[in-house]
Structure formats: C-alpha cells, structure tokens
Write a protein that binds this ligand. Structure first.
Ligand code: NAD
Length: 461
C-alpha cells in the first residue's frame, strides 16, 4: 500500500497529525497496535479525570454537603461502578475516532510498525502476518511509557504504574505513591478522597516541584490537611512485597529513616520514550528520538513528534508538535515552530495551573519583575462556591509591565489559566489588563485583582 504519509502511533500526536495531513489533501495511513487515542484517551488524561470527578463528588457529598445546607445519608463509593464510568468515558471518546478517521479518509492499520529503511514501514499484526507500506514521509509518534525503578520493578499487582492504578480491583486501604508530579499528585488526591491512607514520597524538597515555590507550599499544606502524608526530600531505598502489600524503606537526610507499609505502591517517577525498531535512527543521550527544527530525524523523510522526542511531554504539546511537523512537510514555505508557551495543569483539589515564567527562572535570568498576587478568599464567587483555597499569582516585567508568567492554585485553575496564557501570547501588559472589564461574579475577577495588586491598587484585599 502506498500513501503520502504514514504515521506510527495514534495518540494525541499521531491522530492529530493524521487529521491535519488529511485536511491538506494527503493520503494518510495511521499504524496503531492498540486502540487509537494513545495513553491520553485510553489510560491517562481522560480516564483519570473521570475517576477524579467521582472522587471529588464523593468528597463533597460525604464531607462538605452539610456546609452547603444539604443533608446526605449513606453516601458510598461503589468502586466497580466508578471504574466502569471511567472506562466508558474513555470508550466513548475513543470510539469517536472511527468516525473522525472515516470522515477524513484516513486508513488505519493495526499492528506493530518498524522502519527497515526510509520510505518503508513494516507492520506486524497480532497473528504474525506482515504488511509492507510505503510513503515518502513517515511520522513517528510512539509516545512514552512509565519509567520503572530498577531495584523494585512493577509487578502489576502490588507495585503498579498509572495504568493499573486506574482499574485496581478495589479501593486499597493504604497506598504508597512514589513521585509527586502530575500523576503522583492526582492519584494521591483521588484515592485520599475515596478513603485510602496515602503516603506521597518526593525526592525533591517540594511536592509538584515543577511549579512555583509558593504553589508547592500551599499544595503540601492542602494535601496534609486532607490527611495525605507527604515525605519530601526523601529517597525510597527499597520496596519489598509482603503478604499484605508492600514494605518500603525510606531515608531523608537529617531525619530518621522511615518504614512505610501499604497495600499498593504506585510508581510515578516520570516516563521513558517508546521508540520503534528503526534502522539507523539517531537517539539523544536519554533515548529520545533526535529531531531538528523541522521535526526531521537523521533519516530522510522520517519525522518524529510528541513524547518520543522529549521536551514538554504533555498531550497538548504533542498535538502541536505533530501539526507543526505535518504542515512543515506539506505546506510550501512553512517554518515549523517548537512549543514555547505550554500551560501545565494538575487536576487535584485545589487545582494547579501555570504558564510562562516561574519566579525562580526570572531571578536566575536577572530579569526585573513585579508580582501581583490575589487570594480566592476575597473573591465573591469563590466564597459563594465554598471554594476559597488558593490564589492567582501573576508576574509582570518591571520596566514594560508585560505579563511573563501566571501561577494559579484553586478552584477551576485549569480553566482560568487560558486567560493569562492569551495575555502572554498577545504581549498584554498590566495596564491592558487593568483596563479590561471582568464579569462579576466570577473566579476570573481574581486575574484582574492580581493585576491590580501588582501595582498596589487591588480593590478587595
Ligand atoms: P513527572 O516527571 O511529572 O514527576 C515525577 C516526579 O517524581 C518528580 O517530581 C520527581 O522529582 C519525582 N521522582 C523521581 N524519581 C523519584 C524517586 N526515586 N523517589 C521519589 N520521587 C522521585 O512524571 P509523572 O507524574 O510520572 O508523569 C509522567 C508524564 O505524564 C509527565 O510528562 C507528566 O507531565 C504527564 N502527565 C501530565 C498530566 C497532566 O498534565 N495533568 C497528568 C498525568 C501525567
């Protein structure tokens, strides 16, 4: 079979790249060994958000309802039904790809792809049969998988990764979570809501260590208040499986060693790239596919995008990269861009979202800046919602007032972040934002107030 473009992988990079190329009138084949949708739709972003909604609703019904004047009795988490809902959300979205691929005339080939030579893709199906495909352009979009800790590898039973954590046989009584990035923090929160005793271990000094320092501190306080034990600056020396679960030995410089016993251990210490068998392909030191500014690998006509090339490993960055790569292949005079202003979102409670520069980066770069910070507790909509935890922190250039970074922790932070993102990409200044009328009563008024606070003229605090 011959096409204009063969895409290996059907995740947020692969399927978006396929649709974009089809929109440009190209004949596209997408090779995928599992279901189209990638980790994001099948075993990541989407099913975790579905679990989170159940956990969050359970927390509100069982712990907060009375404070809203509501009486509830006998609220129970039916774990099988919670998991079934999460899987059905994933199924519903993934089944939409049949329609999307048909609409755009994209051919799907099921199996595992390898590239024996540029222009050729061999697909091995589950029954062992081999299908040879040819195209002048190939896009590798094979994603990433959970990084294992070699001294205590995952067994899928007691020591698990995020995929298994989505469908555990029951709500565990206790859980040890190693790593407090988005995955570790989101699962810690979900299982804590459902009644699991969670211990979260992070090697760096703060949980969610990629975020603004003040955000990290607030999140640690919020997690501790909810009963999650946070051990930061900690090293898990060993995890042994026992009849009851796992026993972990943890060291922390300057503090006594700790032993944590838990029913389940979730390993969430990042990901490693998945790279198909490709003759002569150049990789980076850390094993990612090496690409140039146009997403080209060292092999003629072979491109790569998404998690397998490293960089910002988020679904929305992967889709952007694939679109840029495809437009670079087929649009004359198009110069592909790399993702620069990528929002990061963590879906626990309070939510965390950020975009642009962090304060520590500005300090390191010697850039003069001013800070505008405003708490949700002084925002009417947040008080009415009973969700006053958190703040919005905006960083503006001291000289010209341009917005450089935004850090939000609180209710709906992941939705609110789009406004400062637009402001940064449009090079808006504090004065531009001062002059904007924000709707009342909304949580986004905190963006306005934080802007005013940067110049010491906030109204409600
Ligand atoms: P991560 O890299 O974001 O976080 C891993 C954390 O583990 C880091 O804080 C690191 O310091 C810590 N760590 C590493 N080794 C450790 C050790 N031995 N002991 C204790 N702590 C250790 O990775 P993740 O949370 O596993 O997520 C994987 C990928 O998926 C990331 O690229 C992430 O951005 C993405 N993801 C994003 C979302 C979201 O955007 N909401 C959700 C899930 C996953």
């Amino acid at each position: 079979m011959t096409a204009d473009l063969i895409i290996i992988g059907g995740g947020p990079a692969g399927y978006v790249g396929a649709i974009r190329a089809a929109q440009l009138g190209k004949k596209v084949v997408c090779v995928e060994k599992e279901r189209v949708g990638g980790t994001c739709l099948n075993w990541g972003c989407i099913p975790t958000k579905a679990l989170l909604e159940s956990a969050e609703m359970y927390r509100k019904m069982s712990q907060k309802a009375e404070s809203y004047g509501l009486k509830t009795q006998g609220v129970q988490a039916d774990w099988d039904a919670v998991v079934a809902r999460s899987r059905s959300v994933s199924d519903r979205l993934c089944s939409g790809f049949d329609f999307l691929f048909k609409k755009h005339g994209i051919e799907r080939v099921e199996g595992t792809a390898s590239i024996p030579s540029p222009g050729v893709v061999e697909v091995t199906a589950a029954d062992g049969s081999i299908n040879r495909l040819e195209a002048p352009k190939i896009l590798v979009a094979t994603g990433a998988r959970t990084r294992e800790i070699p001294t205590f590898p995952m067994d899928g039973n007691r020591i698990v990764g995020s995929k298994e954590a989505l469908t555990l046989p029951r709500i565990p009584e206790s859980m040890l979570v190693i790593g407090s990035g988005a995955i570790g923090s989101e699962f810690s929160y979900i299982y804590n809501c459902l009644g699991t005793k969670v211990t979260l271990v992070e090697a760096l000094p703060n949980i969610l260590p990629n975020e603004d320092d003040e955000v990290c501190k607030l999140m640690e306080r919020a997690f501790k208040k909810r009963g999650i034990t946070c051990l930061t600056g900690a090293k898990v020396e060993s995890v042994n499986t026992t009849d009851a679960g796992v026993e972990a030995h943890i060291t922390r410089p300057g503090k006594p060693d700790t032993t944590v016993n838990a029913e389940i251990c979730l390993v969430a210490v990042g990901v490693v790239p998945v790279v198909p068998e490709i003759q002569g392909l150049q990789l980076t030191e850390r094993g990612f596919v090496q690409v140039n500014e146009r997403y080209e690998t060292n092999l003629p006509g072979v491109y790569a995008a998404g998690d397998c090339i490293g960089g910002v490993m988020l679904a929305h960055a992967a889709s952007f990269e694939a679109t840029q790569a495809v437009e670079g292949m087929f649009l004359p005079n198009f110069t592909p861009k790399k993702p620069t202003l990528v929002p990061g979102c963590t879906y626990c409670h309070p939510q965390v979202a950020s975009v642009g520069k962090r304060e520590r980066e500005l300090k390191q770069a010697g850039i003069a800046y001013k800070v505008g910070k405003f708490p949700f507790q002084a925002i009417g909509r947040a008080v009415a919602a009973g969700e006053t935890e958190g703040f919005i922190k905006l960083l503006f250039g001291a000289e010209h007032g341009e917005l450089l970074g935004a850090h939000i922790v609180g209710e709906d932070a992941t939705e609110l972040i789009a406004t400062p993102q637009l402001a940064i990409s449009s090079e808006l200044t504090d004065e531009d934002l001062h002059a904007m009328i924000f709707a009342h009563p909304t949580l986004s008024e905190a963006i306005h107030e934080a802007t005013l606070a940067a110049d010491g003229v906030q109204i409600h605090a």
